[in-house]
Ligand binder design. Structure first.
Ligand code: CA
Length: 726
């Protein structure tokens, strides 16, 4: 941990609701709360900069998304360690009122846990007992879900003053009263209500400003980050990550400059993308906010910027002044992105030895497979090394800071297998950095993608428009079984937990973590790294050696990051289960072998606890034969293209659902008569299945059915089956 962060000497008065701080250059740890004086009922103290800064050296609470502004997700607590982690049991659990993907990092302050769930629900629990204090439902219209590329997830909340801040999928950001969950203010962060803007990320609060970005780079939007006054919700600044239409005038000189790195009519052909949907870090000494910027829209550079160019700031880390949003520096990980190589992945600030000197750095392991270490004051590139297999580039030229692309890597007129694929060498799942070991732990994965633009067209601008012939991206040969598809599919991936030494620029150890990806991470002073997996286990590894020490079955797949906190002198570990996200929807075929039902639930562990999880009843369902007449080959082919363009983002490539949204193949006979009214007219819109009459004709809707029936027949012949709740 950088001790430069710790400038505030603070005195915490547990019940006095006072936080007196004075500036000092000496690192002084905030005193731990007096356990004997802990109140039975939470009394919320205001959260301010001093309290968040104090978290750099005191780990009893978890007051901001990455635990600290440095986003290290490391805890100094050592009540749970290698020797006793196997004594952990369930202290309490709480099932969420939603049943979609869960990617949340809980916050814990003043004895209360603040947790977000799918769509942007917010729940506040007593951190000792699990008693629900309040629940806020943002009431997002369910058919808004089609605007999200990767499930209706939410990654967490922020605390400041007496409020908790959280965004909902439909682009609204709210301040809620911490005591009651009542709305204090609400803003619509979207530029307009036409483009597919969504928010899945957690806000951060810096200098009294709530920072939030958005998603939508698969759906043709222009990315930006906005800062709102935490008290009032007034907009303070907005930083656009890609330029707009020059004819409408540039917002500032930075926009004019970055527009010179684009060609063609990008404001029409994808609108640029570059959404900042997850990753931020803040250096209070430099007053710099670091923004992780996403992939370009469209993915295909030939469409969006046909004469090439770097296309700033797609796939970049950008540093801006935290008070004004003014540009300071950037580093672009993938100039002219062509492969959905976002740089929205988790960024960590730390002080590490480099060439014999301590350097204050920002570190990121983005999708493109290189681990980057940058000087966080200047943006100088210090290291860029492959942490996973990479075929798109041979190396990064340290003199220019630019990747050296492999020959022909943009020649995608015919199928090009490229590693990593669009799901990346590392996706959104948070890393952790342990100052004890000096290692960064990466929830990495092996992935690959087949890129092909032989049928490239700019499809409907406000829905899934990757423009890389999506049917080839996630379509797989008919003759393959589900298992083979899982093994061989372009979207298939397997998780690998890596301990990476950023100073030595090399891997130290690795552990296989099963299908697709392990969950986000937590490291602790107890020499532990905690990670969940999609088979429904919560695991602990020795931080120094990678030795698996503990594994606990929790019934549901885990994607989200664990946290830890201390109350009454006792250390707790909390993690949410809930399968979903990008891995379960468009890439649903890979989850078939998991064969489990989804459990969206918060689990809290402590030593010696003996809580039991409820019995989950499931039944096995065989994919039935259906009674639909066979369709023409032409209709099936056209339906395949339409399905993969409009439907696969939720219902799964090859019509195989990951189980989070209905697998239509299982219900064909049941909904045969109602097919047009459901798909064309939107009879199930209130349940989340929108009407498609704006986008598809009646004939096309029938072609989609012909394709689904074709896939259902193949699945029935393969003897496909799945587990469902009765
Ligand atoms: Ca993307």
């Amino acid at each position: 941990m950088s001790r430069r962060f710790v400038r505030a000497a603070c005195t915490l008065f547990l019940l006095g609701a006072a936080l007196a701080c004075s500036e000092t250059s000496d690192p002084v740890a905030a005193p731990e709360a007096d356990a004997s004086a802990a109140p039975a009922v939470a009394v919320s103290m205001p959260v301010d900069a001093a309290r968040i800064l104090a978290a750099e050296s005191s780990s009893t609470e978890w007051v901001t998304h990455g635990r600290t502004y440095s986003e290290q997700r490391f805890s100094q607590l050592d009540g749970i360690d290698e020797s006793n982690v196997n004594e952990l049991g369930v202290a309490w659990h709480a099932d969420f009122p939603t049943n979609r993907g869960i990617e949340t990092t809980p916050l814990m302050a003043d004895g209360r846990l603040y947790v977000t769930a799918s769509w942007g629900h917010v729940l506040a629990y007593d951190a000792r007992t699990g008693d629900l204090a309040w629940h806020f439902d943002p009431k997002v219209p369910k058919d808004y879900g089609r605007h999200a590329c990767c499930d209706v997830v939410n990654r967490g909340a922020a605390l400041w003053g007496s409020n908790v801040y959280a965004a909902s999928l439909d682009g609204r950001l709210r301040a809620l009263d911490r005591e009651t969950g009542e709305v204090v203010w609400e803003v619509d962060t979207r530029l307009n209500d036409v483009d597919s803007y969504t928010i899945t990320g957690a806000p951060r609060v810096v200098n009294g400003k709530v920072i939030i970005g958005n998603g939508g780079a698969e759906m043709s939007v222009r990315g930006y980050v906005t800062a709102y006054d935490a008290e009032t919700g007034e907009q303070v600044w907005r930083f656009f990550t890609v330029p707009g239409n020059p004819a409408e005038g540039f917002e500032d000189d930075t926009q004019k400059w970055i527009a010179s790195t684009w060609t063609g009519e990008w404001w029409k052909n994808g609108k640029g993308g570059g959404t900042a949907w997850d990753s931020f870090a803040f250096d209070p000494d430099l007053n710099l906010l670091y923004i992780g910027v996403g992939n370009a829209a469209s993915w295909n550079q030939k469409v969006r910027s046909p004469e090439g160019g770097d296309n700033l700031f797609v796939s970049s880390i950008v540093a801006v002044d935290a008070d004004t949003g003014a540009y300071k520096w950037h580093y672009q990980t993938t100039p002219g992105d062509h492969w959905d190589y976002t740089a929205t992945q988790h960024m960590i600030l730390a002080e590490i030895p480099f060439d014999g000197k301590p350097r204050n750095v920002v570190m990121q392991a983005p999708k493109n497979g290189f681990f980057y270490v940058l000087d966080r004051e200047t943006g100088e590139l210090l290291a860029a090394d492959k942490f996973m297999p990479v075929t798109w580039a041979t190396h990064v030229d340290m003199a220019t800071g630019r990747p050296v692309e492999a020959p022909g890597v943009r020649d995608t007129e015919s199928d090009q297998l490229i590693v990593p694929g669009p799901s990346g060498s590392h996706n959104w799942h948070p890393m952790t950095y342990s100052p004890e070991t000096g290692y960064v732990y990466i929830p990495a994965k092996v992935s690959s993608g087949i890129y092909n633009d032989d049928t490239v067209t700019l499809r409907r601008p406000t829905i899934w428009t990757t423009n890389y012939a999506v049917e080839k991206m996630i379509g797989l040969p008919d003759e393959m079984t589900t298992g083979e598809r899982a093994e061989a599919g372009p979207a298939a991936a397997s998780g690998i937990l890596i301990a990476w030494d950023p100073a030595a620029q090399q891997e130290v150890w690795r552990a296989e973590t099963g299908f697709y990806s392990g969950s986000g991470l937590l490291s602790t002073q107890g020499n532990l790294v905690f990670q969940g997996d999609l088979s429904g286990h919560f695991n602990a590894y020795a931080a120094d050696t990678g030795k698996p020490i503990w594994s606990y079955p929790v019934q549901g797949g885990i994607m989200a990051s664990p946290i830890t906190y201390e109350l009454d002198g006792e250390q707790y570990v909390a993690v949410a289960s809930g399968w979903g996200g990008e891995s379960s929807l468009p890439f649903g075929a890979i989850s078939g072998p998991l064969n489990m039902v989804n459990i969206s639930r918060l689990l809290v562990f402590k030593r010696g606890a003996t809580g039991q999880l409820p019995v989950i009843e499931t039944v096995e369902q065989v994919l039935p034969a259906h009674g639909l007449a066979a369709a023409s080959t032409e209709d099936v082919a056209q339906g395949r293209m339409l399905y993969n363009t409009y439907c696969s983002v939720c219902h799964g490539g090859n019509a195989i659902s990951g189980g989070i949204v209905p697998d239509v193949r299982y219900r064909l006979d049941e909904i045969d008569e109602a097919w047009q009214s459901i798909v064309f007219d939107g009879a199930f819109a209130a349940r989340g299945m929108p009407a498609w009459k704006e986008f598809l004709s009646v004939e096309e809707v029938d072609q989609v059915k012909a394709y689904v029936a074709h896939e259902a027949t193949l699945g029935h012949q393969r003897g496909e089956r799945r587990l469902v709740k009765p």
